[in-house]
Design a protein around this ligand. Structure first.
Ligand SMILES: *Cc1c(COP(=O)(O)O)cnc(C)c1O
Length: 384
């Protein structure tokens, strides 16, 4: 968004004003709309088969599975902050399902990714014979219309892949690159700068930020693609629900402050752990985070700061069970991105993962307090 054609506004301003154009009433805070259906305008009685496209839905909602006032606001806001044409969904996985339904590739090239994304790929394999291949196979096997799906930074480790190198490989074969940028949304990472064709986010994580809503978003550079995604969404029934859309709008107002604080916190904490690793050598074995990677592309991709999720491995499984119990400020729960710090023994949700892996999602508390909590807990684990 710009003010009268001048410079693009900064993220913090866009988060608060990009949906001003969608105001329908004089309320400063967007109202919660619960209606599923909206009265037709007696001066605009155009039958469906005479409509050229579905653009009218943004100004005159009809039925909330198509669009409703706050889903439209969210799309205005996300289109600005994510620099493309945004389509909002009921969850991150609903967004990925929408992308797969639209592209309908014969082959999907995919590496370490969020487990639910693999689950959707498996449904496409079961129902439609989608061929799945590892990322290493792109150059040998990819063809026109295939999709490469890359998550960076990747769950659960919080380390980065070289996005541009995968974009180049995909494009040289006529394949498309989807980037799951959930772990590092802007201002941390701008995946468009590294050749992405579509970007997805689980808005449940940093954009929502309070562990109280599910949503997801796809962004494209091509407006016609976003229109087709909306056409499909209408039938898939995966638009964001009314109440969640209000919560997400409210959360987005403070998103910039939260992500910056979380990113500042994580670097202090990871630096502290790296510097003091020897002190806890009977507990702390490995630290995984983008900030620990030495490859040049990592800093180029994470221009606005490091992702607030990292992982550690401990010396044994018993310590993994005990660590969450010893902590006072980190809650033992899955998910990430909220203002409250979370810790998860990954074996709880992932059967295939290293059984001594712990994922940590840093929130907005004071970094010093979080470090104190962790060191106290590590000290008490030395004899396990
Ligand atoms: C959580 C998550 C998803 C799925 O999002 P939901 O909103 O839970 O459906 C997809 N990708 C990544 C990287 C995630 O962390």
């Amino acid at each position: 968004m710009t003010i009268s054609g001048e410079n693009k506004l900064d993220l913090a301003t866009e988060l608060i004003h990009s949906d001003d154009k969608n105001n329908r009433v004089s309320d400063v805070a967007p109202p919660i709309n619960v209606s599923t259906t909206f009265r037709y305008d007696k001066n605009d009685l155009v039958p469906w088969n005479e409509r050229e496209n579905l653009d009218f839905m943004d100004t005159t909602p009809i039925y909330s599975r198509l669009s409703h006032p706050n889903s439209t606001r969210l799309e205005s806001l996300f289109s600005d902050i994510l620099d493309g044409h945004a389509v909002i969904y009921s969850s991150g996985l609903a967004a990925f399902y929408g992308a797969m339904t639209y592209y309908n590739p014969k082959q999907l090239f995919i590496g370490q990714s969020y487990h639910g994304v693999h689950g959707i790929a498996d449904i496409f394999t079961r129902n439609y014979g989608l061929v799945q291949r590892p990322l290493e196979d792109i150059e040998e096997y990819a063809r026109e219309g295939d999709v490469v799906h890359l998550e960076s930074p990747v769950n659960p480790f919080g380390i980065s892949y070289d996005i541009q190198s995968y974009a180049d490989k995909a494009h040289s074969k006529g394949a498309l690159l989807i980037i799951d940028s959930t772990f590092a949304p802007p201002p941390l990472q701008y995946a468009w700068n590294f050749g992405a064709d579509m970007i997805m986010h689980s808005a449940t994580k940093y954009f929502g930020g309070h562990s109280d809503l599910l949503s997801g978003v796809l962004v494209t550079k091509d407006e016609s693609v976003s229109k087709k995604l909306k056409d499909d969404r209408l039938y898939l029934g995966t638009n964001v629900p009314n109440l969640e859309s209000y919560l997400l709008l409210r959360s987005l107002r403070t998103y910039e402050m939260r992500i910056r604080k979380q990113s500042e916190n994580v670097i202090q904490i990871v630096n502290f752990l790296c510097e003091n690793k020897a002190k806890y050598s009977t507990v702390l074995k490995e630290i995984y985070h983008s900030s620990v990677q030495s490859e040049k592309f990592v800093r180029k991709q994470l221009v606005g700061g490091y992702n607030p999720v990292f992982s550690i491995s401990l010396a044994n499984k018993e310590q993994c069970k005990q660590l969450p119990l010893k902590l006072k400020l980190f809650q033992h729960a899955t998910s990430l991105g909220g203002i409250e710090s979370l810790i998860e023994w990954r074996a709880m949700t992932d059967p295939y993962i290293d059984q001594t892996l712990i994922r940590i999602s840093i929130g907005c508390e004071s970094a010093r307090d979080l470090i104190d909590d962790l060191t106290r807990a590590f000290d008490s684990l030395k004899d396990f």
